[in-house]
Unconditional design. Structure first.
Length: 143
């Protein structure tokens, strides 16, 4: 199984979508707890509409997002705290169910995990892949 990840930090929506098309992605899994953005074009509804026009489906997985204290740890560079906090999030029943759904979808079609952070090493999407799909070939996309 292959899984892509991408962060939109510093990207324009047009460049972002072009990169997804270049990679052959057909499903974007939004793993943000809060799928809103101050960055133009990256809030849930606007992004989903633009993706649809580009032939890419959008699905939100809020249960796989990082809780507020985890986002704060990530912003402050406290990776050990992020790992601990996000691990507790993944133990929740709704997160476990969402992770199973995500894995099923990703087995069937080229899927990308979306979050804000450009560097996957600083983002929960890497922790999600390690936990939910450790056998996957991970391809980090950059815009």
């Amino acid at each position: 199984m292959q899984i892509f990840t991408i962060g939109y930090e510093g990207a324009t929506q047009a460049d972002f979508i072009a990169r997804l098309n270049q990679a052959g992605v057909t499903l974007l899994a939004d793993v943000r707890a809060v799928p809103l953005s101050r960055r133009p074009g990256f809030s849930k509804n606007v992004l989903a509409a633009a993706l649809r026009e580009a032939g890419i489906d959008y699905i939100g997985f809020k249960a796989l997002g990082t809780p507020p204290d985890g986002r704060e740890a990530a912003r402050r560079g406290r990776h050990a705290d992020l790992t601990r906090i996000y691990g507790a999030q993944l133990d929740l029943p709704e997160a476990q169910l969402a992770a199973l759904q995500l894995v099923d979808m990703a087995r069937d079609r080229p899927t990308v995990l979306l979050c804000f952070e450009r560097d996957p090493a600083c983002c929960h999407r890497t922790l999600l892949v390690e936990s939910a799909m450790p056998e996957a070939e991970v391809i980090h996309l950059f815009v």
